[in-house]
Design a protein around this ligand. Sequence first.
Ligand code: HEC
Length: 107
Amino acid sequence: MSTRTPWMLLLSLVLVGPAAAVDPESAFRGKRLAEANCADCHAIAQVDESLEPAAPAFRAMGLRRNLATLRTEMTGDLFLRHAVMPDFEPDARQADDIVTYIESIQE
Ligand code: HEC
């Protein structure tokens, strides 16, 4: 076994990382974006109900979606695939912030 092995192990632990390692500023920006663009339909907080019943609550999004994949899908055709969703085209950072926020409130 090379002497590097423990470091590689440690590094992989850091990279996989605990879910708690949420960037609070990114989550805060994401919350503001969600309030402005998503709250008309989706429940975007811990205890609210979706105003549009068909729209899944953000706090339960992790049950139906892989959130890591959602991070990249946000800048793709996600908003075009769903006819009811707004013409919202987040840039990469906005997409990142929204998903960071969604991750931070998973129940
Ligand atoms: C006008 C109402 C409306 C608004 C505004 C809205 N959504 Fe949705 N969204 C829906 C509905 C309804 C669904 C469920 C559609 C379905 O499953 O076919 C949905 C589904 C989703 C899904 C799941 C898609 C999937 O394939 O499972 C995501 C993620 C999502 N919305 C994110 C957002 C975000 C982020 C915003 C704000 C930037 C937003 N939505 C704004 C109505 C809306």
